[in-house]
Design a protein around this ligand. Structure first.
Ligand SMILES: *Cc1c(COP(=O)(O)O)cnc(C)c1O
Length: 243
């Protein structure tokens, strides 16, 4: 990587916009979520200075530490948004509700109930996405497709939770074209569930990462979660990050 972060950010935005235009979409429909797991506060600051405002973090504790550091070192612009994109344990729900603007990883009723309870205690409604496991690997995070409508209906009964979309994290494959049917499937699920109980607010599709975000945008992504292509390779990434 020879280009600096501002150049990489600009190039990424151009590629996202070009993919949107290829699909006849308005590039403004697509939000770049800069995945900053294991990225230092200093480099997050560089991204903020380059104009980036939406960040994705996988681990609540790690994210809180960086939010604090950034807050102490000159503060944060008021329009910064943090998205939680890593597997969430119930005992972290309170911190997640307190510090994240969007929780993209709701995949089971007990977690949904806990988030609702914590949001109620803060007198707010928390924005969530339901994570769907489309690759049918039992150990992976995400609700299986056949349980999605049921989970959505249960979330609809929780007044402090608003489900605004679906998220998926497919296994990485060599050729991004192979993920096209997976991305198209997530879009079809969102579209069909809009008329289902609890589906009235479904608009977001969080799908696509560094290796495949262009295909995801062509298939309707409204949020792409990109880490490596913006910040460069992460040191010592455990397998868990892929789950
Ligand atoms: C790490 C991660 C990403 C970003 O992956 P890159 O390949 O670095 O772009 C996106 N989504 C989730 C859920 C992740 O854990």
């Amino acid at each position: 990587m020879t280009a600096g972060l501002p150049e990489r950010l600009a190039a990424l935005r151009e590629r996202i916009a070009a993919a949107a235009v290829r699909a006849g979409r308005d590039p403004a429909e697509v939000t770049l979520v800069a995945v900053s797991k294991r990225v230092s506060p200093e480099r997050i600051r560089a991204a903020i200075d380059a104009g980036q405002r939406v960040f994705g973090e996988n681990y609540v504790q790690e994210a809180l530490g960086k939010m604090r550091a950034l807050g102490a070192q000159g503060g944060l612009p008021p329009d910064i948004r943090w998205h939680l994109i890593g597997r969430l344990q119930r005992n972290k729900a309170r911190d997640a509700v307190a510090h994240f603007h969007s929780i993209e990883v709701v995949d089971r009723p007990d977690l949904a109930r806990e988030l609702d309870r914590r949001a109620a205690a803060r007198g707010r409604v928390v924005e969530v996405l339901i994570q769907v496991n489309l690759s049918r690997e039992p150990q992976k995070a995400g609700v299986p497709e056949e349980e999605l409508a049921g989970l959505l209906a249960r979330c609809a009964a929780l007044p402090h939770l608003q489900v605004v979309g679906l998220m998926t994290l497919p296994e990485p494959v060599g050729d991004p074209e192979r993920l096209r049917p997976v991305f198209a499937r997530l879009r079809a699920l969102r579209d069909s569930l809009r008329s289902a109980p609890g589906g009235g607010n479904l608009r977001e599709l969080s799908m696509g990462m560094s290796a495949d975000f262009e295909v995801a945008v062509e298939e309707g992504a409204t949020r792409v979660r990109v880490g490596t292509a913006l910040f460069g390779p992460r040191a010592g990434v455990p397998e868990e990050d892929r789950r």
